[in-house]
Design a protein around this ligand. Structure first.
Ligand SMILES: [Zn+2]
Length: 478
């Protein structure tokens, strides 16, 4: 057999037995071209490359269902402590209106975020972004498996005061964005890397007309592409959909045919039962579970505002398919897994609300199910060769009595040494092979400086960036 790589005598393997992940110790993993051919005892076939697995934990690559690599790295140092009290502390709308990153900054941000994703063990990512020149080539070159979601919406957020979410509607623009999105998804699927797919991405439940949401869902179902949007991500959004339709956002989405096993909803925090909402119905979890809709759970951006899902274990117990995403910087899915466990326990007042095994399943099998892929998120013969190798001798991983638990709770990205996607190596010795995050960092700093300098022209109160998001410490002049 040609072009076969064998990871020999791996200390630990997270293998898939058809219904759950399980540990194996001292076995081999082999893959030929883009497919796994062996997980288990000694591999006896010919191999063109052998990797010593004696210090490695071999696990499937993680699946990130929700991220914005083109913009979020530019919010470092800006958004972490920022929120608007009159908006229940979400800072999303104020920042989105005041800060806009230029195209060189977006390219640099993407380069940095893709590297960060690979280095935290992600092999498949849904990149939900507004299109820029060179997107597909950079995605193809990165080594990642990328679901390309090109933003479209009929309205952009617009503020005229501190307490009200306003909208700038332009349906003709929305239609052009939808058409561009379809072209980009078509091109992605023809890309020579073979690792790019489309994901249909109307931006938010409240910024698209009903006909656009229906058209997006129809397009997804005609083409077999997954469908995603942001839903129940803020209390203001919940109240806006109630104001327009007399329904919760999930009730509205269900009634217009937007939910289904191909639908991935970003966030889904502010549902009818959430303690910050206390709506007098309890149908939202049933709507998710009955339709087979997936939640892309991204705890950290919300936790920073003091918000949390209530709670991961409750959604799971209700039969909701849970997947994971990063949404913002850092694009570190392992940290999101850890926070998801901790917040579920805090919100439930119960340690059993979530654990390492459940979150690993969400970040692998849960994500794969949402994308309609039974060949991702698992180590088993026939699956795609998307593998992550952790260094059991990294001090942060020692002692590795239970390596998955140590990875999630202690070591995180520090332990990632090698990553393979589609059988091709994307990370070696803890470094991305096809990306230059150092060079991109300098370019992003220049673009962030421009973005911050222009804030006073964009902000509805004409404030400077420093007035909107003050430094964490007072800046003393010498
Ligand atoms: Zn998002």
């Amino acid at each position: 057999m040609q072009n076969t790589t064998v990871i020999r005598n791996a200390a630990w393997i997270a293998s898939w037995d058809g219904s759950e992940h399980q540990y194996l110790r001292g076995g081999d993993v082999a893959f030929t071209a883009d497919r796994i051919v062996h997980v288990g005892g000694r591999y006896e076939g010919p191999a063109s490359r052998t990797i010593d697995g004696s210090r490695r934990f071999v696990m499937p690559g993680l699946i990130n269902l929700h991220s914005h690599p083109h913009t979020e790295p530019a919010s470092k140092g800006v958004r972490e402590d920022h929120g608007v009290p009159e908006m229940y502390d979400t800072g999303l709308y104020e920042r989105s209106c005041a800060f806009s990153l230029d195209e060189p900054g977006r390219e640099a941000a993407m380069e940095m975020a893709y590297a960060e994703l690979l280095l935290s063990g992600v092999t498949t990512v849904a990149d939900l972004s507004s299109p820029i020149e060179g997107w597909l080539d950079r995605a193809g070159r990165s080594g990642l498996r990328v679901y390309v979601g090109s933003f479209f919406a009929d309205a952009y957020w617009k503020l005229s005061n501190r307490h009200e979410l306003g909208f700038d509607w332009d349906e003709a623009r929305g239609r052009r964005e939808l058409e561009a999105s379809i072209r980009i998804m078509d091109l992605a699927e023809q890309h020579p890397s073979g690792r790019l797919r489309g994901i249909v991405y109307p931006g938010q439940i409240e910024t698209c007309t009903e006909s656009t949401l229906r058209d997006a869902a129809a397009h997804a179902r005609e083409t077999g592409r997954p469908l995603t949007t942001h839903l129940s991500q803020s209390k203001l959004e919940f109240l806006e959909i109630v104001r327009r339709h007399g329904k919760t956002p999930l009730e509205y989405a269900a009634d217009i045919g937007f939910l289904g096993p191909d639908t991935i909803l970003g966030h889904v925090i502010f549902i009818d039962e959430h303690p910050d909402i206390r709506w007098r119905t309890t149908g939202d979890l049933d709507r998710l579970a009955d339709s087979g809709t997936t939640v892309a759970h991204c705890p950290s951006p919300f936790a920073r505002y003091g918000h949390a899902m209530a709670h991961f274990g409750r959604y799971r117990a209700h039969g909701v398919n849970m997947g994971m995403g990063t949404d913002v910087a850092p694009h570190n899915l392992v940290e999101e897994m850890r926070l998801a466990i901790i917040l579920a326990r805090v919100m439930a007042g119960n340690l059993r609300a979530a654990d390492t095994r459940e979150l690993f399943r969400a970040a692998t099998i849960g994500g794969a199910a949402a994308l309609g892929r039974d060949d991702l998120g698992r180590l088993s013969p026939g699956a795609k060769a998307d593998l992550v190798l952790l260094d059991l001798h990294h001090p942060a991983m020692r002692p590795a009595r239970d390596p998955l638990r140590t990875f999630v709770f202690e070591a995180a990205d520090r332990a990632v040494r090698e990553v393979f996607v589609d059988g091709e190596q994307a990370v070696a010795d803890g470094k991305p092979l096809h990306l230059d995050p150092d060079g991109a960092g300098a370019r992003l700093e220049e673009s962030q400086a421009r973005m911050l300098a222009e804030a006073s022209e964009r902000d509805f109160l004409g404030r400077t960036a420093e007035a909107i998001s003050p430094y964490s410490l007072p800046l003393r002049t010498l």
